[in-house]
Design a protein. Structure first.
Length: 170
């Protein structure tokens, strides 16, 4: 084998190795980019003041909400992910299922239409349902008891359209 052949083989080997390393580095960069904007939703329920249900984005990217559904004892309530769910009468019927009076409630981001139109930013907390401060102890207890049967399912995605589902029963 001549020196020219050895040089050619070494050059091709180095080029193939560089190609492999470049492809591998590109795959790692894509994985890193996806993870660097991945949302992670969690639900927090407070049975001490301030009473309510919050959704927190503990991830590092925004959670783009696709649907939100409300459940009572594992059974879906109303049309909580339909496009007309912002209708006040639908909210009131959902509250009635839980035995709650609409005068007691701060709706926050309660309805799925509002959720579906928005996103929860990284580090942001959104109150889904809360009590007004005017309630007496008896009605506060009723609210706390109603939360025992409350469930929430939120389908959301990252900016890379990776889908996730948050299911939470209290």
């Amino acid at each position: 084998m001549t020196a020219d052949q050895i040089t050619a083989i070494a050059t091709v080997s180095i080029a193939l190795l560089a190609l492999f390393v470049s492809i591998w580095q590109g795959a790692l960069a894509r994985k890193h980019n996806r993870l660097s904007v991945k949302p992670f939703l969690q639900v927090e329920t407070s049975i001490v003041e301030p009473f309510g249900v919050w959704v927190h984005n503990k991830g590092v990217g925004p959670a783009i909400i696709a649907t939100a559904q409300v459940y009572k004892n594992g059974k879906r309530i109303g049309n909580s992910s339909d496009s007309d769910s912002a209708d006040i009468s639908k909210r009131e019927s959902i509250l009635a299922e839980f035995g709650l009076n609409k005068e007691w409630i701060n709706f926050g981001f309660w309805d799925a239409k509002a959720l579906a139109l928005g996103a929860v930013s990284a580090g942001e907390s959104v109150q889904i349902l809360g009590l007004t401060s005017k309630l007496n102890k008896e009605n506060q207890q009723k609210f706390i008891q109603s939360l025992q049967s409350f469930g929430l399912k939120i389908e959301y995605k990252s900016v890379y359209a990776e889908k996730s589902i948050l299911k939470h029963n209290i």
